[in-house]
Design a binder for this molecule. Structure first.
Ligand code: NAD
Length: 491
């Protein structure tokens, strides 16, 4: 089986590590490739970071209008290879091809937004801030920047960072998740055609040891991490300890509040899409659904019907709405959490365990699951499930619903479904989360906006995407100049 190579200084090189782990198609258990995995990946990191560091000075001096030209070419290449990339995403992550195409669309939008870097990097200038004195800000690149990515969006998440970093004049080392390394392998192969100088973009494979080597490397200046809260916290602390600028996006447990005046059909459709899209493996998946004053269980019934009708199966099959979860371990963990919910007193309204899909009996499939009347004082209500499970909670008033939302240890997203502008306004102002949706089920910021997780969903100051990315990937230099009139010689 192919052991994936790293991309260093514009060449594909074999890892120094002889141990590897297998990349598995979660629907079929087919072995797709092997990824170098072990302590010697630190040697790979050193090579890649040194290559990126050697390329940094001349890339930083390249005018920004020239630095974005490869990104225009990348956009076109990604569009031309959209289906092939989406199929790779489905094969390695399990999500449906439609979801994979949507993911690549978001990736492309980040490339497009980063093409505006010549404008976004422009700075402030104050003339005559004192007599004969001007003051201005220059934005300069940092040097070698690193991205450590999770498994659930193999094609999109690196693009929250990479295009902005290089457009700002930095060089880059990308470490994809060892569970889904193939998509970025293909993207980097495409990037060979866009005219970047050697060493500007590098790719290293591996797991924890690779991450540690990146965090400890003295030439790395900035780290963008996305993954679970536990690892995000670790990366943030360790990166800071080694003097890096760090942005670390973590896990989530997203609440969605439904008021009695919400449009029933739209609400049920959008919430089930949010809970079960990507088999619940989205950091913006709705998880705790708070039904406010749900007289006669109207909303509960509509959610049940919408969930029941979703088709589970292989993501490359067009009729399928939901694919498998990433691994057998993940499936077992989710099944245990469903059992925990029942044990804590929730009612199992829809049980998606024991899912068997014809022709894919070995796949890590779970069907849509609903736990109703989930107790407020249990463990499940606070635990990120990262699987296709909806938890229903009943509360009598909007104020109690907002109080529930605001107890959340995370803060990635909070949504409200209503037809009342006043309630919407109060919710968006008071909810303790960084991405708010009003009649939206997945409040994913578009590329022009920061991906604004709060609390345990984010460690750092500047988020990914848009202007925040430009600020994260540049350091400001303030210049004060004195040129008094009296010094001018007559010519
Ligand atoms: P993960 O934390 O297990 O892995 C993420 C990355 O960290 C991978 O590249 C992995 O190799 C590395 N890693 C894993 N364990 C490590 C360790 N002990 N030390 C150092 N590095 C380590 O996350 P995952 O399972 O790949 O992704 C799912 C998680 O990511 C969920 O919690 C989800 O909510 C979160 N997520 C968050 C966002 C967001 O924007 N906030 C987006 C996507 C996913």
């Amino acid at each position: 089986m192919e052991i994936l190579k790293n991309y260093v200084n514009a060449g594909w090189v074999q890892s120094a590590e002889s141990e590897s782990i297998t990349v598995i198609n979660p629907a079929t258990q087919e072995r797709l490739a092997a990824v170098p995995y072990g302590p010697a990946t630190g040697i790979d990191v050193d090579q890649a970071v040194k290559a990126a560091a050697s390329a940094a000075a001349s890339w930083a001096e390249t005018p920004v209008m020239q630095r974005v030209q490869p990104l225009f070419r990348l956009k076109t290449l990604l569009e031309n290879h959209l289906h092939e990339l989406a199929e790779t995403i489905t094969q390695e992550s399990g999500k449906t091809k439609a979801e994979a195409l949507g993911e690549m669309q978001r990736a492309i939008e980040n490339v497009e937004t980063a093409c505006a870097t010549p404008l976004l990097m422009q700075s402030e200038f104050s003339e005559n801030i004192a007599r004969g004195v001007d003051e201005f800000v220059i934005r300069q690149p940092l040097g070698v920047c690193v991205c450590i990515a999770p498994f659930n969006f193999p094609g999109m998440i690196p693009f929250w960072f990479l295009p902005y970093a290089i457009a700002c004049g930095n060089t880059f080392v990308l470490k994809p998740s060892e569970k889904v390394p193939l998509t970025m392998q293909k993207v980097v192969q495409l990037m060979e055609q866009i005219g970047l100088p050697k060493g500007v973009v590098n790719l290293v494979h591996g797991g924890k040891e690779t991450v540690d080597a990146l965090l400890e490397h003295p030439l790395v200046k900035a780290v963008s991490f996305v993954g679970s809260t536990q690892v995000a916290r670790y990366v943030y602390a360790k990166g800071a300890q080694h003097g890096k600028r760090v942005q670390a996006q973590g896990g989530a447990k997203n609440p969605v509040v439904v008021l009695p005046d919400a449009d029933l059909d739209t609400t049920a459709r959008i919430i089930t899409d949010s809970v079960y899209g990507c088999a619940g493996q989205r950091c913006l998946a709705a998880s705790n659904i708070v039904l406010v004053d749900d007289q006669q269980g109207r909303v509960k019934e509509a959610l049940y019907e919408a969930a029941k009708s979703r088709v589970t199966g292989y993501g490359l099959d067009e009729q399928v709405d939901m694919g498998p979860v990433i691994s057998t371990e993940s499936k077992a963990r989710i099944e245990n959490l469903i059992a925990l919910g029942k044990q804590e007193g929730a009612a199992l309204l829809l049980d998606g365990r024991q899912a068997s899909i014809d022709g894919f009996e070995q796949g890590n499939f779970l069907k849509p699951t609903i736990l109703a009347d989930v107790p407020l004082d249990g463990k499940l209500i606070k635990t990120e499930i990262f699987g296709p499970v909806m938890s229903l909670i009943n509360l009598p008033t909007v104020d109690e619903a907002i109080a529930f939302v605001n107890k959340n240890q995370y803060g990635n997203m909070a949504c409200l479904f209503t037809s009342s502008g006043a309630h919407a306004r109060k919710f968006r102002s008071e909810a303790n989360a960084g991405n708010i949706g009003i009649n939206i089920g997945v409040a994913a910021p578009m590329a022009q906006f920061p991906f604004s997780g709060w609390n345990d969903s984010f460690f750092g100051d500047l988020h990914g995407q848009g202007r925040h990315a430009i600020e994260f990937f540049t350091q400001t230099k303030v210049v004060i100049e004195r040129w008094p009139k009296e010094w001018s010689r007559k010519f």
